[in-house]
Write a protein that binds this ligand. Structure first.
Ligand SMILES: [Zn+2]
Length: 502
């Protein structure tokens, strides 16, 4: 253990008075291709350990890799969406290191010839300010297996009795996206780090290349932080906080490291170049391993794979498949729905905006889509303790419910029951309507019978209506609605009451 574990922290304002931060963000995204990057094994998350493996991803002698075309296509689309140049010709490289979760003793990655390079991502901060993050590269590689350390208190290897290995994840396609050094962020560095990872997540989701689940590790962020004295231009020594697994933690980890570095530096101490682990519970980081330099990995070109040389026609064809980017969509819907900046920000921070937009794209009017997501569905998400987008209902399903209301087939009350059914896993809206018998009673003969019955039950009210007191009809309408368990169209019932009393 190093002395950096007993950390003093400097007050954040004082950090900013003395230092300028430099960030470097490395994001690993697991692609949701059906098969692994260099073999035909499936990639589904959560399968029994070591059931999704073959000689190639286990690194057995004589097995040969074949590159996954869908993986290359996704890498190019990500590169294009990040405004990168796409290599005319590039190769895979072997990154050599021994670790039990890496059965080949090397990771097939890319080194000096990445598929995409020199891009940028414009990140919109909470107050609307835009900060441009320059992208150094996006390259293809494969994931490692997973070690499970048993017996220790922390789940880490230290103190464990033994370790188990699961190679299901070994060989799953990964894209690593690396920023250029982020300078000039100043006091907003932690916020910019969070906003960048959030924008990248939204972008990757819109591209439909990954599940982007930080909690399941399909999107992981390594945050490099260093400080230099105010006005200096030579970067300080950096630390790399590994595998930060939520947006909030990215912000906290960067802020913590800035405060920790500053306290060491003003004390005349030295920052050790190392990896750090972020502890969600305490909000602190602790030392990992000393950081290897690039030559320790003895990279060399992978001899078993042919170079990747995407034709310009293919690249341009892929460019046409790029979806509307999340921030463009936000700008468009803000105008179309006539939202103030504050309203827009509220919808974005509630995670509702993209869901509403998708519901509108599926044919629903904007007002109704918005009202469902921010009220009834927000309540449901709240009571389940999940994010809005984790609710088991899709924008298309909600749009169908809204269409059924517009057709008069559902009342609002019935529609909520249909949504409840979808959330409970009872199927598509139409299936729930059929299974629960929730259709509005619009058959006039059934309604007339119910109206006549209600009039007969309240002869004095019927007499008033016949005498011209149409406002008395409300009581009869109420009785019919009650008798039909809310499944009648109230407007039609009222018309029938008045007709029957003429
Ligand atoms: Zn395999």
């Amino acid at each position: 253990m190093t002395t950096t574990d007993t950390a003093d922290l400097m007050d954040y304002d004082e950090v900013m008075a003395r230092f300028d931060p430099v960030l470097g963000l490395e994001v690993h995204v697991e692609l949701h291709t059906n098969t692994k990057m260099f073999c035909g094994c499936p990639t589904a998350f959560g399968a029994e350990p070591n059931t999704q493996v073959c000689p190639t991803c286990l690194g057995l002698p004589g097995s040969l890799p074949v590159v996954n075309g869908k993986g290359v296509e996704s890498a190019i689309r990500i590169g294009l969406a990040l405004n990168c140049e796409i290599a005319q010709w590039c190769r895979f490289a072997r990154k050599n290191y021994f670790y039990p979760d890496q059965p080949k003793n090397f990771q097939t990655s890319q080194y000096d010839e990445p598929i995409a390079f020199n891009g940028h991502l414009d990140v919109v901060l909470e107050d609307g300010e835009v900060f441009r993050v320059e992208i150094e590269r996006a390259h293809m590689e494969e994931d490692t297996g997973k070690s499970l350390h048993v017996g220790g208190a922390t789940g880490r290897i230290h103190g464990a009795d033994y370790s188990l290995l699961d190679y299901n994840r070994a060989g799953v396609p990964l894209i690593e996206i690396v920023t250029k050094p982020v300078v000039g962020a100043g006091e907003r560095a932690p916020e910019i780090a969070k906003a960048y990872v959030g924008a990248l997540r939204d972008l990757l989701r819109a591209l439909d290349v990954s599940d982007v689940r930080m909690d399941q590790g399909s999107l992981r962020c390594d945050a490099n932080v260093s400080l230099m004295p105010k006005g200096a231009s030579v970067f300080g020594t950096r630390t790399e906080t590994k595998n930060v697994n939520s947006l909030r933690s990215v912000e906290r980890a960067v802020r913590y490291e800035m405060r920790r570095h500053a306290a060491i530096l003003v004390d005349g101490g030295e920052i050790i170049q190392e990896t750090r682990h972020f502890d969600e519970a305490t909000g602190t980081t602790s030392a990992g391993r000393r950081k290897e330099t690039a030559e320790d990995y003895r990279y060399f070109p992978e001899p078993d794979l042919v170079p990747v040389a995407p034709s310009r026609e293919w690249v341009e064809q892929l460019r046409t498949t790029l979806p509307e980017l999340p921030w463009e969509r936000r700008k468009r819907v803000q105008q179309e729905w006539n939202l103030s900046d504050l309203e827009l920000r509220d919808l974005v921070s509630a995670g509702a905006l993209d869901l509403i937009a998708s519901t509108v794209d599926a044919g629903a009017p904007a007002d109704e889509a918005r009202s469902w997501w921010v009220s009834y569905l927000a309540q449901q998400a709240n009571s389940r303790g999940v994010e809005l987008d984790a609710l088991p209902i899709t924008p298309a399903q909600l749009a169908r419910v809204i269409a059924l209301i517009a057709e008069g087939a559902l009342t609002n009350k019935l529609a909520r029951q249909v949504v409840d059914g979808v959330l409970a896993g009872e199927g598509e809206p139409d299936e729930v309507v059929a299974a629960r018998g929730l259709k509005v009673v619009s058959d006039d003969s059934a309604l007339i019978a119910a109206v006549d019955e209600a009039l007969a039950a309240q002869p004095d009210v019927a007499e008033k209506i016949r005498g011209g007191k149409v406002q008395a009809a409300g009581a009869v309408v109420g009785a019919v609605m009650k008798a039909t368990k809310g499944q009648a169209d109230a407007k039609r019932v009222r018309e029938l009451v008045l007709e029957r009393c003429q």
